[in-house]
Design a binder for this molecule. Sequence first.
Ligand code: CA
Length: 225
Amino acid sequence: MRVLLIEDNPQLCATIRQHLTGEGFVVDVVQDGASGEALGYDPLYALAILDLGLPGYSGLQILANWRRARNPLPVIILTARNSWKERVAGIDAGADDYLGKPFHLEELTSRLRALLRRSHTKTQQGHLHVGPLTLDESRRQVFLGPDQTISLSAMEFKLLRCLLLHQQQVLSKETLYMHLYAEDAEPDLAIIETHVMRLRKKIGEEWIRTLRGQGYQLHVPEPGP
Ligand code: CA
């Protein structure tokens, strides 16, 4: 699991990173808000820890921009101690949880785990819909329209799920590979092309758009006449 940490205090960054790394997370640290905001759109991240008090660039604004762009990234905000107004503003702007500084690293880890569990459960139990396409995540079935059931391999299902969850984004082969396979595996990008080709054959060519040199994106076809 890769976590994005946006925090301008280098000492705190180092402490959090060290602790979370020990807990099995991969942590990317960004100390300036603009880069942090841009990175937050990368679907590689399972979660962001966002400091609201960033110099020259408000953490609250980053959060508001993400949510306006329908970026579903789970976010824990770090707020100044006793600043209940900041916490309320953060939750209103779309934060999933918050921690007041100073905090215990154990509490951060436990909130982070709980949040990951919640966001995971939400997608596991529900159905994902887009246009006429429905993914039943618990039964691992895909339906196209009211009466067509499509049978997919485990990898094809994962691939389609990933494209669906990140509809607003173009996903590179590298990104898709890291979603589908263990991080330490040697990336074999040709296998992604094969999965995409097979998936297209099953759900229809028009559903997956290729953006040359960038990657793939889900595309909801116009309804036929
Ligand atoms: Ca700060």
